[in-house]
Design a protein around this ligand. Sequence first.
Ligand SMILES: Cc1ncc(COP(=O)(O)O)c(C=O)c1O
Length: 388
Amino acid sequence: MRSFVTGTVRDLPKSGIRRFFDIVADMKDVVSLGVGEPDFDTPWHISRTAIAALENGATHYTSNLGTPQLRREIANYLDRRFNARYDWRSEILVTVGVSEALDLVLRAICDPGDEVLYHEPCFVAYPAAVKLARAVPVSVPTYAEESFRLRVEELEKRVTPRTKALLLNFPCNPTGAVLCEENFRELADFAARRDLLLISDEVYSELDYTGAFRSFASMPEIRDRLVLLNGFSKSWAMTGFRLGYACGPREVIDAMMKIHQYGIMSAPTLSQAAGVRAMREGDADVARMREEYRRRRNFLVASLNGMGLETVMPDGAFYVFPSIKSTGLSSEEFALRLLNEHSVAAVPGCAFGECGEGYIRCSYATSMENLKTAVKRIGDFSAALARR
Ligand SMILES: Cc1ncc(COP(=O)(O)O)c(C=O)c1O
């Protein structure tokens, strides 16, 4: 019998993170620094709002775009936080997480063979999502020595007449990098000069430890070519609610809405009710979780540097990205041996693209107690490697 699966999907590698965590699932006493989701439970008043919505019969579809209440709340939030004005009626689409929004925007704007520029190391879904949109992912390397900033010269080398969009993610998964003001401006200028759509995935926008983060939505000059993606998963610890949104020019949002309408219908109704509550009354929760992440980040970076694993202090998100180059092991070997010999799970940097080789990603979305145990074990492993 012939294979019914398309060549594109057949050739798509499974996520390097998932592959690794299939191994972890069968092991005991592992301290995991692998997960990319908050260890906090969703603040109870937010969950309770979803329960109340259920009790009140909110079990039907909503408008394809999302409930007016949530779209209004998103517009208010963006105005309040980033001084960005979006018309809730036509410029905001509520989605099933940022994941769906990413898929929608790429499918809405890419014709077969169009190219999308993105920076590596990056979120594992980016190259796959571009390929699934029948477009061509074009990666641009970033380096620890430059705090993982994205250089316009590198973009200029790779831009072609087929380039349609520039996909950015700051604060960045896996490096935690946040753009400096200069880099922020030059990337926006580059998108305008090359007539590209700028897709900015700002899902970690609330996890900014230095106040350096600026949303591209705060730049009126690029408003007509910006699609902003954001959501509730990381900021309010709501991964399981599967709730995100896209904001942008009416034409693009309308095109995304068509795909969403036929493929998804509407984002979960109970989650949308919870989202309204999160944005309206969740600032203190965000601040509380951010302070705890900051404490963990400081501890982890100091500990890793102290044991000779060079680690850039990340300004955002909840990951650190230490170099393991001094050990002479590949990132996959390091992560596998750390897991098998010392029961600590971290993700090999190569899962995030070629230039992630030589690094591992450690998430500090886990308790301080777990971090202390992990640091002790990583220290033992590093010391054993140094004695060889
Ligand atoms: C950069 C980035 N974008 C998007 C997502 C997916 O977010 P959501 O849960 O909103 O689909 C993640 C999740 O890890 C992420 O790291």
